[in-house]
Write a protein that binds this ligand. Structure first.
Ligand code: C2E
Ligand code: CA
Length: 741
């Protein structure tokens, strides 16, 4: 193998010489053995032999001297090859390794024994995969066929590091027809390769980045830009190359920005900032730009690298958000927060200049009817029209804001009370003019509350609260009018007005909840149902009694939405209990008489039209809903209707129950109610049962059901569940929701 390897220096010849020398040397060294026979041979033969041997010996001697020299040369060659800076190896025609020089073995950290007779892909230490193995095999076949090839191969060294070799492969010609061995020389190009890879990666990043890159020389002339920059700016590379960056209208070109960039580069060695700049077509865009200088080994600037991020969209979204935070989207008017800002500013100016101003809160009258009967799109269009009319009637310096829903506000700088009054009457007049909205001729009125600076307050908080109070006063006193805030007004009914105003947000703010009070059979033992009782927990006022706020909700009409919420919540709670395995029971829900007027078109059921209420009750009855008449004996007392209402239960008002023990009249009334109910085939339930004596009396008289503190107070759903869990199972025959009117 070695002689073959030596062929690299003088291909072919050395190999042949060495092989011949070895073959010739063998008989020479064996020659003394036959010499023992010389004694017995004839003299002539001896001479002959001697002459022959002499001739042969001379030839052989010359030959041996030559052979030694070649062997020396060969060893030298081998040593040189071993220490070659490159890998050198010889493969047989099948690709099996016959020899690898020391450099190669050192690089790959393999020994002769590990590689001899194996193909490269058969040396597991090199970690070649199937694709690499196939590629090498292909190269070997071509080289055996006479081609001279180069091939790049990445192998694993024993120490795990990857090494990339550039192999050049050629056949070693043979004299015979046998397929040639191959000489392979490999250069270590690992480092070059990694630099190349990095460059390639950098080029890919440059080209594929979403940021725009501009590379300029030290004089600020564009050397190149990437695709993203072309897309952002609308220029193409050729147009830009050689141009002064400053001349491109890139914003960086503006003198002020240029000055900033220069000073930042000097002090910090880097600049970044936001620039507003134009594209090739002149359209503007906003970008976040950074400039970094590149320096040579001596620290001199050779290039500048600019990176641009198009943040136009981001800025648009941002400014939209800012706008949304201050502007009402339906009408494009300032919203409550912008109004508060403006009032704040105006307050400080007015304080300095000792000038008055007025703040008006206004609420459209009956707007909900329009929404309910004609639909939200008409409602929205109408709000738009109102906004236009308000703005059209006022001066530039005035602010019209929409506070939400059908509430608007107007801020009048410089206006005193008489000025505000004038404006209010103008606004009412303008609003009353009929307008066509989606084919409907509509006219609007509104209620206006006016608070004046400084007499009614000197900050937004107080002024707006007082304007609101005055507006509610206007609503209560006939609508379509205005009221000034007055201190007395606040004292008289501040709580009422505040509650009513706060109640409007109670639902959406989740301040309402239901408590439940058990209803038991006449013996006071078995649970037959619960009554849902509304609770309002206001962050400032605390728990507000339904006795106080339900009447407010009734007069303002909010009872409709609230009642709907109560029904929905109670039904959902009942379902949750049943799902949780609580025995079926009746949930009684209180309905206000106002709700009976409001269900369906509000004007279809006139306030004093019990017939319409009856037909609604019939409809509910048909649904399986049982009705009970609450507080019987007070209020809705027309006995003639008792027969006509599809009622199930009469509820004996607690005012009669309370004094049963002491008041014979009340005892008589309670007895009469129970008897009458029995005659009409109605059930009775007594509420407000607090004592055992009350309970015993009612039980004796035959009252069917009991409810009151004697048995249990109203409590929240979770507490009720625990209360039920601690008792016997309730009866299972009343599973239909009952409504107490
Ligand atoms: P109501 O329908 O007559 O409800 C009975 C009231 O008496 C409840 O007061 C209840 O907590 C209370 N109560 C129960 N047991 C006793 C007792 O043994 N002694 C005394 N002194 N009181 C007892 P609450 O919860 O404050 O409700 C007051 C009124 O508010 C209710 O009178 C009802 O008219 C109205 N209300 C409550 N929730 C609703 C509702 O969801 N919708 C409507 N429209 N009205 C409701
Ligand atoms: Ca009730």
């Amino acid at each position: 193998m070695r002689p073959a390897a030596a062929a690299r220096l003088r291909p072919g010849r050395l190999v042949l010489v060495a092989a011949t020398a070895a073959a010739a040397a063998a008989p020479v060294l064996a020659a003394p053995a036959p010499a023992g026979a010389l004694v017995t041979v004839p003299l002539w033969l001896f001479w002959l032999a001697a002459v022959a041997l002499l001739g042969l010996g001379g030839a052989l001697l010359a030959q041996t001297v030559r052979t030694r020299r070649s062997l020396q040369r060969e060893r030298l060659a081998n040593r040189l090859i071993d220490r070659s800076p490159n890998l050198v190896c010889v493969l047989d025609p099948h690709g099996a390794l016959r020899h690898m020089n020391g450099t190669g073995r050192h690089w790959l950290r393999v020994s002769h024994a590990q590689i001899a007779g194996r193909r490269l892909d058969e040396i597991p230490e090199l970690g070649l995969d199937a694709v690499q193995a196939r590629a090498i095999q292909g190269v070997i076949e071509q080289a055996v066929g006479g081609a001279v090839l180069t091939h790049e191969l990445t192998v694993r060294r024993l120490d795990g590091a990857a090494m990339t070799l550039e192999l050049s492969i050629r056949a070693i010609p043979r004299s015979s027809d046998a397929p040639p061995n191959l000489l392979v020389e490999g250069r270590d190009i690992t480092q070059r390769k990694s630099v190349e890879d990095k460059l390639q990666l950098a080029a890919a990043v440059f080209e594929q980045a979403r940021e725009g890159f501009v590379i300029a020389d030290r004089k600020g002339r564009v050397v190149t830009v990437n695709q993203a920059f072309c897309e952002i700016s609308g220029y193409d590379v050729q147009e830009l190359q050689g141009q002064q960056v400053a001349a491109l209208g890139l914003g960086i070109g503006r003198r002020e920005v240029r000055r900033q960039v220069r000073s930042a580069l000097q002090t910090a060695g880097h600049w970044q900032g936001e620039v507003r700049t134009s594209r090739k077509d002149g359209s503007l865009y906003t970008c976040w730009a950074a400039v970094t200088p590149q320096r040579d080994a001596h620290g001199a600037v050779t290039h500048y690298i600019g990176i641009l991020n198009d943040i136009t969209q981001f800025r648009e979204v941002e400014s939209n958000l800012v706008r949304l935070a201050h502007v009402d989207t339906l009408t494009d008017l300032p919203n409550r927060s912008l109004l508060a800002d403006r009032v704040g500013q105006l307050t400080s100016i007015s304080r300095r200049d000792h000038r008055p101003f007025a703040l008006m809160f206004m609420d459209l009258d009956q707007f909900k009817n329009i929404n309910d009967t004609l639909g939200h799109s008409v409602g929205d269009a109408l709000l738009g029209e109102v906004a236009r009319r308000l703005q059209g009637t006022l001066r530039e310096v005035d602010t019209v804001a929409r506070l939400g829903g059908d509430e608007f506000a107007v801020l009048l700088p410089g206006a005193d009370a008489s000025g505000a009054e004038l404006v209010a009457s103008k606004l009412l007049e303008r609003l009353a003019e009929p307008c066509m909205v989606q084919g409907h001729e509509l006219s609007m009125t509104m209620s206006i509350g006016i608070a004046c600076y400084p007499s009614d307050g000197d900050d937004y908080e107080i002024l707006s609260r007082n304007a609101d109070t005055a507006m509610y006063r206007a609503k209560h006193e006939g609508k379509a009018t205005w009221r000034f805030f007055a201190a007395g007004m606040q004292q008289r009914s501040a709580r009422q007005l505040q509650l009513e105003s706060a109640l409007r947000r109670a639902l959406e703010r989740g301040e309402l909840l239901l408590h439940y009070q058990p209803q038991l059979d006449g013996n006071g033992r078995q649970l037959v149902g619960v009554e849902a009782l509304l609770r309002w927990k206001h962050p400032e006022f605390g728990f507000v009694s339904p006795a106080e706020f339900i009447p407010l909700a009734e007069t303002s009409g909010q009872i409709v939405a609230i009642g709907e919420w109560v029904l929905r919540t109670a039904v959902a709670q009942l379902k949750a209990w049943m799902d949780a395995g609580v025995p079926p029971m009746v949930v009684a829900v209180n309905l206000s008489a106002v709700q009976f007027r409001h269900v369906g078109l509000p004007d279809a059921v006139a306030p004093a039209n019990p017939a319409a209420a009856i037909s609604m009750m019939d409809a509910l009855h048909a649904l399986g809903v049982r009705l009970s008449l609450d507080d019987f004996g007070t209020g809705y007392s027309s006995l003639s209707y008792l027969k006509r209402f599809p009622l199930h239960t009469l509820k004996i008002d607690q005012s009669f129950v309370r004094d049963i023990d002491t008041d014979p009249d009340d005892r008589a009334i309670v007895q009469a109610i129970i008897q009458m109910a029995r005659a009409l085939d109605l059930q009775t339930i007594a509420e407000g049962v607090e004592t055992d004596a009350q309970h015993q009396f009612l039980r004796r008289e035959g009252c069917d059901m009991m409810q009151g503190y004697r048995f249990c107070r109203p409590m929240d759903a979770a507490a009720l569940e625990m209360w039920i869990a601690g008792r016997e199972p309730a009866s299972t025959d009343n599973v239909v929701p009952m409504i107490a009117a």
